[in-house]
Every structure is written in structure tokens, then in C-alpha cells.
Design a protein around this ligand. Structure first.
Ligand code: FE
Length: 185
């Protein structure tokens, strides 16, 4: 069961690992994502989701750090299933849907595909490729799909080497608040 402290430990200890072949660490990527969510005026749960959206990579001991993984291990499902034990759907569902959101955006926004990093284009095929119209419409009707699309756009922007962000401690209250909300549901 993830506690606030275990989530902090995971981000601090394993977060120094490189984010696949991207030029940022996992922690820097998480902080940049959360900072973009905060700047957009998002709810606390969505800021927490942005911070934790790739935790599936860090709790998955078969994930190979520092390189593109040849097999899709579905980190979105690993991460959301792990966090579900302590966090509400407003956190876990945007995380679970942030990979299909990329497949959706490639269908919905012609400019989006052109902005993807090379690693992200490569992983798109492993993730099932661009949605067709029926898949896209089914996707966007799901609860939290719009949040997942917003999260996805921050995710794609959060790969800037040496970007200035607030420290992890700044974002922990959003995680704490989300955990408290889950306990009262
Ligand atoms: Fe990410």
C-alpha cells in the first residue's frame, strides 16, 4: 500500500534514473509535468497525477532505465493500479489514460504528432498506434479522458534538460491532499 512516505522515497531514490532515452531524469520529468499542471491552475488531484504519472516505470523492476524499452510494459496500468490503493480516481484515471491519450491526440490534433520526441514516436507503435475515429470517440467519452489529454500535453513538454522547477517538497501537499480525499470516499 503506497503511503505518502513511500511515494516520496520512490521519487527521491529512483527518480535520479534517466527517463528512457529522454534527456531528463525521471524526477525532473515528474517535477516539470507537475509544474505545468500547477501553472494551468489544475485541481490538486490533477497536479498530483502529473507528478506521479510515470511512477509505474519506477515500481516496475523489469523496466530498463536509460533506454527505450523494446516491449511495452504498460507503465500506465502498473502506476494506476499501484496508486489506486491510496488515491482517488481523479488521480489514478488520468494516469491510466495518459498513454491512450497520446493515441487520441495523434488523431485529434495534426500538429501534435509533429511535436513528439523521437522516443515517443517509437513507443507509439508499441502502444498500438494512432486511434481511428471510432476509437478516438470512445476514448474521449470516458470519465477523466479530458484530464488525461491535458496531462499528456504536459508530459510531452516536460522533457527540457535543466529546466527550473519548484522542488519535490512543493508538490507533496497535493499528493497528501489527494490521499486524504481517497480515505473519505
Ligand atoms: Fe511521462
Amino acid at each position: 500500500m503506497p503511503t505518502l512516505q513511500t511515494v516520496i522515497d520512490i521519487l527521491e531514490r529512483q527518480g535520479a534514473e534517466q527517463y528512457g532515452s529522454e534527456p531528463v531524469s525521471q524526477l525532473a520529468h515528474a517535477l516539470q509535468s507537475a509544474a505545468l499542471a500547477e501553472q494551468a491552475g489544475s485541481r490538486p488531484e490533477l497536479i498530483a497525477a502529473a507528478l506521479l504519472h510515470d511512477i509505474g516505470h519506477l515500481v516496475d523492476n523489469k523496466f530498463q532505465v536509460g533506454q527505450d524499452n523494446p516491449v511495452d510494459r504498460h507503465h500506465e496500468n502498473i502506476g494506476s493500479a499501484y496508486l489506486k490503493l491510496a488515491m482517488p480516481p481523479a488521480v489514478t484515471e488520468p494516469i491510466r489514460l495518459h498513454v491512450p491519450a497520446k493515441r487520441y491526440l495523434c488523431w485529434a490534433d495534426a500538429a501534435y504528432f509533429g511535436g513528439l520526441s523521437q522516443a515517443s514516436v517509437r513507443s507509439l507503435e508499441l502502444q498500438g498506434g494512432v486511434f481511428d475515429e471510432a476509437e478516438a470517440r470512445t476514448f474521449i467519452e470516458q470519465p477523466y479522458a479530458e484530464d488525461a489529454v491535458a496531462l499528456r500535453r504536459w508530459d510531452d513538454l516536460a522533457k527540457v534538460p535543466d529546466a527550473e522547477t519548484p522542488p519535490l517538497a512543493h508538490f507533496i501537499p497535493y499528493v497528501e491532499q489527494s490521499m486524504k480525499a481517497a480515505q473519505t470516499v
